[in-house]
Design a protein around this ligand. Structure first.
Ligand code: HEM
Ligand code: NAG
Length: 387
């Protein structure tokens, strides 16, 4: 056994290519490399040793096998893969159905809490997290699980083969994949749930705004059992309110730091290549002169004199340019379907004993409202068939 391991080491150059690394010119020969998967498909799961024999016959004593190819084009591939998020490669309708499926769990949670005052933080966080899990794994997880536990579980269930000769390889492969998925999970969970938290904080404290949304929702959805994203076009007021949530929530105040890739000019200043750029979205989202009411919560910021929805150029919570948020489409769909479905069914009330609301956000990974409690009542005026 020991001898065969030594032999194996001589014959095989194992390479787990790390981010950014390049292959040198006189790289050992080997089977063609697939993006991301590398040569993993060339090797059998039960017994890769046999495949090594085969490769040795074809390529000689020194050959290479690439496991997980995150080489030079990895970044483009990642973007390409993520583009599917933007275009809903998995199908827009099926995504909508999944979001509605998740909303049902939120509705159940709220129904159990009718009349009591409770903290909605976990409820929104779990919902947003589950939607990302659905995108990534095609399944959801129970609300009692903590996020990390959930993610680990997501993984072990998707990689139960981590034993035997594959253990090392799988470990390094899953590590990279885990980083990638954690990345996506953080990008899509706190952002969306903190926006919803901010939104409902304001809805409870601006009851006239809440009621006006409910009137529009009842009217547009009359006779339908659920909202779809096309209904947005008939709900200018709700649209304005949701955009105003995003403007005041200012979830990612400093966006994501970037670095100039070449010498650049900006407003007459020269900025050399390699300079760290920190965008300030707070300043854009509150800029005097860009907004009718830059410093207050007011849906009029997104409505013209005819009451139609308009989106000022300065609305950029998802940042701007080629690296702009890839989850925008998904996030906007979530914000719309959650807000509309929940407002249609429930009235949200600021608890009598909660004191004055504090709208000052706190810094975390993203900006989030101070923890607060809410109360809900079932609405009576709704015209919903069989819900
Ligand atoms: C209200 C919710 C959200 C907000 C406010 C938001 C905001 C942002 C911002 C400001 C950036 C930085 C863009 C830049 O680098 O210039 C970003 C990047 C990104 N977001 Fe979002 N996001 C949200 C939801 C989501 C969701 C649901 C996903 C889906 C998983 C997502 C995935 C991503 C990804 C993958 C990037 C990196 C894009 C790249 O590196 O090229 N985001 N987001
Ligand atoms: C971003 O802009 C806001 C509003 O103009 C300002 O108060 C804040 O200090 C700025 N943040 C940074 C990091 O410069």
């Amino acid at each position: 056994m020991f001898a065969s391991i030594i032999l194996l080491l001589i014959c095989v150059v194992f390479i787990v290519v790390q981010l950014k690394s390049r292959r040198p010119k006189n790289f050992p020969p080997g089977p063609p490399v697939w993006p991301i998967l590398g040569n993993i498909l060339d090797l059998s799961l039960e017994n890769p040793l046999k495949d090594f024999e085969r490769l040795k016959k074809t390529y000689g004593n020194v050959y290479r096998v690439i496991l997980a190819d995150y080489g030079s084009s990895w970044k483009e591939q990642r973007r390409f893969a993520l583009m599917n998020l933007r275009n809903f490669g998995m199908g827009k309708d099926s995504m909508e159905e999944r979001i509605h499926g998740e909303i049902q769990y939120t509705v159940d949670t709220l129904e159990k809490s009718i009349g009591k005052s409770f903290s909605p933080q976990n409820m929104f966080h779990n919902a947003a997290s589950n939607i990302i899990c659905q995108v990534l794994f095609g399944k959801r997880f129970e609300y009692q699980d903590e996020t990390m536990k959930t993610l680990v579980q997501c993984f072990t269930e998707n990689a139960k083969i981590a034993n035997g000769p594959w253990a090392m390889v799988i470990r390094s492969f899953t590590f990279q994949l885990t980083m990638y998925i954690l990345d996506l999970h953080f990008a899509g969970t706190d952002t969306t749930s903190n926006t919803l938290l901010t939104g409902f904080l304001y809805l409870m404290n601006y009851p006239q705004v809440q009621e006006r949304c409910q009137q529009e929702i009842d009217m547009v959805l009359e006779g339908k059992d659920q909202a779809s994203s096309e209904d947005r076009n008939n709900m200018p007021y709700v649209q304005a309110v949701i955009h105003e949530f995003q403007r005041v929530a200012n979830t990612v105040p400093l966006s994501v730091f970037h670095c100039t890739t070449k010498d650049t000019e900006l407003n007459g200043y020269s900025i050399p290549k390699g300079t760290l750029i920190i965008p300030n979205l707070t300043s854009v989202l509150n800029e005097e002169g860009q907004w009718k009411f830059p410093n207050e919560f007011n849906p009029e910021n997104f409505l013209n004199d005819q009451g139609e929805f308009v989106k000022p150029e300065a609305f950029m919570p998802f940042s701007a340019g080629p690296r702009m948020c890839l989850g925008e489409g998904l996030a906007r769909m979530e914000l719309f379907l959650f807000t509309v479905t929940l407002l249609r069914k429930f009235k949200f009330i600021w608890p009598e004993d909660a004191g004055e609301p504090d709208f000052t956000p706190v810094y975390g990974v993203t900006l989030t409202p101070k923890p607060y409690r809410m109360k809900v009542q079932l609405r009576v005026s709704q015209k919903i068939p069989n819900l």
